[in-house]
Design a protein around this ligand. Structure first.
Ligand SMILES: NC(=O)c1ccc[n+]([C@@H]2O[C@H](COP(=O)([O-])OP(=O)(O)OC[C@H]3O[C@@H](n4cnc5c(N)ncnc54)[C@H](O)[C@@H]3O)[C@@H](O)[C@H]2O)c1
Ligand SMILES: Nc1ncnc2c1ncn2[C@@H]1O[C@H](COP(=O)(O)OP(=O)(O)OP(=O)(O)O)[C@@H](O)[C@H]1O
Length: 487
């Protein structure tokens, strides 16, 4: 019996020993696993830091090159090993530009010094761009301009291209607008009306004043049509296919001001001194009109500004007086007051600045060569959409003109602490008093003024700044003289 007990206790000891060894083996395996895990984490952290550095360097160089495309994905050859999501890192790399992405990291067997980009692929989250219109999300009309297929933002179309007008049916009715008190204009008008009626069989409209002048010339002009009261002018755009202006830029401004909504194409003939917007020469009026009536013709779509005066007494911003549409500019100045104007300026509710000086010009790009230019604003191609914000004699050394984007609403307010009221004028006409608390709201109008080009918008614009302003005219340096022969 004793022998059996001894044998049994021996067996128990052996089992206990085996169990202890197994436990020790497990503990050592666990310790080894923990050590491997620690090393792996260390390695992974180091890799992530290197990748982040590489990405920042890449992003920096892309930004330097003007490249906004922030992700640069290079697929790794090494397709094995574990995959880990690492959102934080892709966010730091790309959120600056508004693109969210998720990064899939691949563990590496190779040296951690190898190029970090080789060991990752990036998956970008999809997103949608939308455009704000009058406080609403309205993006449909913009899809043709910017595409964001698969997260890549590209400009698909240019918003402003050279526009060509092709008649689908023959023009029937022409309105001729003329500069008053000019003998040469009156003579040309008589010839043009006759030619349009007798050769082209067109209906001709003129202003009441001009009809009187034509009838004084000959009673045969009784076919020429006109209007009796101003209310009929608001329907003219539905009757008239083409407007011809005989005068200078002021006559084009006059023509544009007659149309408070859509404007028919305007063919401006030059009978003024400068003629920035009048590319057609009156001597060749028959050839010019022949080709315009035949079409197709290049058109400059000249943007207009919609200006509304909101009185301090108004209950809300929609309670405004009759709005003005300007082709050149709206000017807010000190009028006859000898005090500085003091104008608070906001752009879509963001404070822009306080203008203290003679005033401020809010100009279209067509008007950039007019008053705004004289006040130090840039000359801008008329097809560029935007609002020029040009101070007049600002009493500050650091004021520079701005060009604001087309979609903003500019609000100019006369503050209550202003010493004097201000005056607003629209294309140099219709002066309106702005008392303390009154404001002027200005935004891009939906009805541009289409003017026919002699060649195309760019050629006509450059010709007008060369011929009209003698822009950058300098005698060419002569060839004889010192030269850098060895460079
Ligand atoms: N200091 C200035 O330069 C100044 C002062 C007041 C008004 N103006 C401009 O005069 C315009 C009114 O013209 P108007 O003919 O009825 O008055 P206006 O008879 O006084 O002529 C003003 C001059 O500005 C020229 N002009 C007009 N629009 C132009 C344009 N878009 N680009 C280049 N030149 C242009 C005209 O050809 C004309 O020579 C205003 O809209 C304003 O831009 C300029
Ligand atoms: N049909 C019209 N009725 C009333 N006023 C007009 C008409 N056409 C032009 N005017 C005004 O006549 C003025 C002079 O016109 P316009 O600028 O065309 O001639 P201009 O001064 O000889 O030309 P430029 O400005 O090129 O020297 C402008 O103030 C304009 O508003």
């Amino acid at each position: 019996m004793d022998e059996h007990l001894i044998e049994f206790s021996e067996a128990l000891r052996t089992v206990a020993k085996a169990l202890r060894r197994a436990a020790e083996g497990k503990a050592s395996a666990q310790a080894e696993a923990a050590e491997w895990k620690r090393r792996y984490e260390l390695e992974r952290t180091r890799n992530l830091q290197m990748e982040q550095k590489a990405r920042m360097a890449e992003q920096f160089s892309a930004e330097k090159n003007g490249d906004l495309d922030c992700e640069r994905v290079k697929n790794s050859d090494n397709q094995s090993m574990l995959q880990n999501e690492s959102n934080e890192h892709s966010e730091t790399g790309c959120m600056k530009h508004g693109i969210w992405s998720h990064e899939v990291l691949r563990d590496r067997e190779s040296d951690s010094n190898s190029n970090a980009d080789r060991n990752k692929i990036m998956r970008k989250a999809s997103f949608k761009l939308s455009w704000w219109c009058n406080g609403e999300n309205g993006d449909q009309h913009k899809h043709d301009i910017v595409s964001f297929e698969r997260g890549n933002i590209t400009t698909a179309e240019r918003s402003s291209k050279q526009i060509s007008l092709k008649w689908e049916s023959d023009p029937q009715t022409v309105l001729i607008l003329t500069k008053p008190n000019s003998v040469s204009v009156r003579i040309l008008c008589v010839q043009m009306v006759r030619w349009l009626r007798e050769r082209k069989k067109l209906n001709v409209y003129v202003e009441p004043r001009v009809k009187v002048e034509l009838l004084a010339e000959s009673s045969n002009f009784s076919y020429v049509q006109t209007w009796k009261d101003d209310s009929e002018i608001s329907h003219l755009h539905m009757k008239v296919d083409l407007v011809i202006t005989l005068g200078g830029d002021g006559t084009v401004l006059w023509a544009a001001s007659m149309f408070k909504g859509p404007v028919p194409p305007i063919v401006p003939f030059s009978l003024g001194s400068l003629g920035f917007m009048t590319p057609f020469h009156s001597e060749h009026f028959k050839d010019c009109l022949d080709s315009v009536l035949r079409g197709p013709i290049s058109i400059t779509l000249r943007h207009r500004l919609l200006c509304r005066v909101v009185r301090d007494a108004a209950k809300n911003e929609y309670e405004t007086e009759e709005p003005f549409l300007v082709l050149n500019e709206v000017t807010i100045d000190r009028g006859i007051s000898s005090y500085l104007t003091n104008l608070e300026c906001y752009c879509d509710n963001s404070f822009v600045t306080c203008v203290q000086g003679d005033g401020l010009i809010l100009s279209t790009t067509s008007g950039s060569t007019a008053y705004s230019l004289a006040a130090g604003g840039s000359m801008v191609h008329p097809q560029v959409p935007g609002i020029l914000f040009t101070p007049i004699c600002p009493h500050s050394l650091s004021f520079r003109p701005l060009i604001l984007p087309e979609h903003v609403t500019v609000r100019i307010m006369v503050p209550f602490n202003s010493r004097s009221p201000a005056w607003a004028s629209f294309d140099g006409k219709d002066r309106k008093l702005l008392a303390a608390g009154d404001a002027l709201l200005c935004s891009m109008a939906p009805w541009p003024v289409p003017t026919a080009c002699q060649v195309d918008s760019t050629n006509d614009f450059l010709r007008s700044i060369h011929d009209g302003l003698h822009w950058n005219l300098r005698k060419t340096q002569s060839f004889d003289g010192p030269r850098d022969r060895d460079l």
